[in-house]
Design a protein around this ligand. Structure first.
Ligand code: DGJ
Length: 697
């Protein structure tokens, strides 16, 4: 079955996924218009839809139809996806179709401006086993003299079909409170989801789902989209008073312009879209499949249980202390030991040393070699924290190269966490950064980098550069290039993306990292909500979650060790507490829980995830892989006399029987679906449980 079909008479393309279809056509003026995004259609059925365009009701209405990449020009008054200004002052684009080609599931539609030699290609890519459509734009200035000013160049615009109501779901938050799901009616207005921070951000994540207000976890049509970009971004959602809801998204934010030099070409990041008829849960599972199938480099690998020193030591890092933590971590079954911030230069606090990437000689008199060797002797891999994009002004690097940071003439250099951002759009700075990372990884055969970035951009200038605002894009590209080069040269290297917790989680960074540090908030109660939001788009396999001390350093909440573990086990758990203070009993219980995780991890990391909701505060997740089901359920608090009702499971066959692998109890599938799994939850707050079920017949 071909996944891209073309109807030459009607100039219509149909992209087919296993359970969805996407149709577009060329209008009379050669603009590419959306025809259909939803359930499966044949080419002939799509043609009947293409003919249904109602003429404008008055001279005040916009051009009929929905553009796939709206430009300025003609009667278009919604948010444009592509805004350019030519050297003579003319704005906008008038399209001329130049042809198309199809390569497997990749459709390219070639367009150009009718007058100026500006060429644009709209890219669509589908993968046979998935309903996700990847879209992006190529733009090329083929003028050999004049530059083109680019004011906006989005990756794609998406449109939900006509419905009587529209609702949007998106992710908001802040430091320590990332990935909070918000569900709200789409106002009849232009709504902008954006980060102007130069980073993906904690405050908004580039994921957006639209439904008609009736979708739930397991029912209803959902149109969701995700942008693969780790710098500033913008998604503008437009609900017309009489028309449909559309949205356009891409890199950069409003007010930035840059120049496309004569002969220069530019490719945007991917803005992917997915239609699902079966609710938010099915949408998440399809996205998880996409991340594994198309985004991650090592999807089949099982992520190790790690230890991270940050919450135990803060900046107080030295060889003996790390070795003591490593010994305890190894005895618990930890497989990867990660030394966090504080190991280099004069970095004994957040005030100094960032940028001086040599081991601190007082803390590591013989360098990192002895610690790395000890960690390996203990049977673990060795990982280390880095923050390559940043510098403390109090550092040898900054004293030598004060011009290597983002800055503007006649403006203060705003410090955040006492640091500035290196300008990696500069080739010398980027080369230097790659060189020290390459040396560090090679010298110690580093297995894992925790790659952090602890502040947004301010005064993002580059005095002397002819096109300074371009760095908002080039900086992110440079980070990608450095990561890609390191990974190509060190195939065993794995990277955890971090930006003060979850400030840099997106499909762009996941193409060159293996997991994400989701939040600096390790309180398991808060974490349930954070993980719920994260799971809308990102799979458990990339969700790094630590078990830390109680009371929690961020919230002061006291929680049982078992509850902390059960929450972290929903992803890739690590231990981040001060193990030197844990009692023998706690260490023993931790070792048992790490072993329990290793038993369930193939199902958690490689299975399908179903979010579950019980009564009261009871929530859970169920992972399913072949015949195995793992249920993790959490009940942070409960009122007197209300033992939670059994938790209804998903993805269970009604006619089958399921056996609890730990107790031997058996349950008919129909009962698990209808009445639920009885949970053996301890009394009191912060109750949790882990159940392993196997389909027996
Ligand atoms: C922010 C990260 O999110 C933390 O886990 C830790 O690595 C600190 N930075 C270190 O400065």
């Amino acid at each position: 079955m071909h996944s891209v079909l073309f109807h030459p008479d009607h100039r219509l393309w149909l992209l087919r996924g296993p359970t969805s279809a996407y149709a577009i056509r060329l209008a009379e003026d050669d603009s590419v218009r959306n025809v259909h995004w939803g359930a499966v259609l044949t080419l002939d059925q799509a043609v009947t839809l293409a003919e249904r365009v109602s003429p404008a009701a008055s001279s005040f209405e916009a051009v009929a139809g929905v553009d796939e990449l709206a430009v300025e020009g003609g009667a278009r008054f919604g948010p444009p996806s592509l805004v350019v200004r030519f050297a003579d002052g003319t704005r906008g684009v008038q399209w001329r179709y130049e042809g198309h080609d199809v390569d497997g599931g990749h459709l390219r539609i070639h367009l150009r401006d009718r007058h100026y030699p500006l060429h644009v290609t709209l890219n669509y890519r589908v993968h046979g086993d998935s309903d996700v459509i990847e879209r992006w734009t190529n733009i090329e200035n083929r003028d050999d003299q004049a530059p083109v000013t680019v004011l906006r160049c989005d990756s794609a615009a998406w449109a939900a079909p006509h419905r009587t109501h529209y609702r949007m779901s998106h992710l908001v938050g802040g430091w320590n409170s990332e990935f909070q799901v918000r569900r709200t009616d789409v106002p009849v207005a232009e709504t902008v989801l954006t980060s102007r921070r130069g980073m993906t951000s904690h405050h908004a994540n580039p994921w957006l789902a639209v439904d008609d207000g009736t979708a739930g976890e397991d029912h209803g049509e959902v149109w969701s989209t995700a942008l693969a970009w780790s710098g500033s971004w913008r998604i503008t959602l437009h609900r017309d008073p009489v028309g449909r809801t559309t949205w356009t998204g891409g890199f950069g934010h409003e007010g930035l312009t840059w120049s496309l030099a004569p002969g220069e070409a530019l490719e945007t990041p991917v803005f992917a879209g997915l239609y699902t008829p079966d609710g938010f849960g099915a949408a998440s599972r399809a996205w998880h499949g996409h991340v594994r199938g198309q985004v991650l480099s090592h999807p089949d690998e099982t992520r190790p249980v790690l230890y991270n020193s940050w919450e135990a030591t803060g900046f107080d890092v030295d060889e003996a202390g790390q070795m003591a933590l490593a010994a305890r971590a190894a005895s618990l079954g930890v497989e990867l030991f990660v030394m966090d911030d504080g190991w280099f230069g004069a970095r004994s606090s957040e005030r100094a040393g960032l940028g001086d990437w040599e081991p601190n000689p007082a803390r590591f008199p013989s360098g990192l070699g002895p610690l790395a060797a000890e960690v390996r002797r203990l049977g673990m891999r060795f990982g280390i924290w880095v923050e390559p994009e940043m510098v403390n002004p109090d550092s040898d690097l900054y004293r030598a190269h004060p011009d290597w940071v983002l800055h503007m003439a006649n403006r203060d250099r705003t410090e955040m966490r006492h640091q500035l951002v290196l300008n990696l759009a500069r080739q010398d700075t980027a080369e230097w950064t790659h060189a020290w990372l390459d040396r560090l990884v090679a010298d110690h055969d580093i297995d894992f980098l925790k790659w952090d970035a602890n502040r947004p951009f301010t005064e993002a200038g580059w005095p002397g550069s002819g096109d300074p605002e371009r760095l908002w894009i080039d900086q992110t590209r440079a980070v990608y290039r450095i990561m890609d080069r390191l990974r190509a040269d060190h195939p065993g290297l794995r990277i955890e993306a971090c930006s003060g917790g979850g400030g840099r989680a997106d499909l762009g960074i996941l193409a060159r990292t293996d997991q994400v540090w989701v939040s600096d908030n390790t309180d398991p109660v808060d974490r349930i909500g954070i993980q719920h939001g994260f799971s809308q788009l990102y799979p458990a396999q990339v969700m790094s979650a630590w078990v830390t001390d109680s009371p929690n350093p961020a919230t002061a909440r006291l929680t049982p060790l078992r509850f902390r573990f059960h929450v972290a086990m929903a992803g890739v758990p690590g231990i981040g507490g001060d193990l030197t203070t844990w009692t023998e009993e706690e260490l023993k219980e931790s070792a048992e829980l790490v072993a329990a995780y290793k038993r369930i991890r193939p199902v958690v990391q490689h299975g399908a995830q179903h979010r579950l909701r019980g009564d009261g505060t009871l929530t859970g997740v169920e992972y399913v892989r072949d015949d195995d089901h793992v249920v993790l359920a959490w009940c942070p608090t409960r009122a007197f006399g209300h033992a939670p009702a059994p938790l209804r499971l998903a993805a269970v066959r009604p006619e089958a029987v399921y056996r609890d692998l730990d107790t031997g109890a058996t349950y008919p599938g129909a009962v698990l679906l209808q009445s639920g799994l009885p949970l053996c939850l301890p009394r009191g707050d912060h109750a949790s449980t882990l159940v392993r079920l196997r389909r027996v017949h």
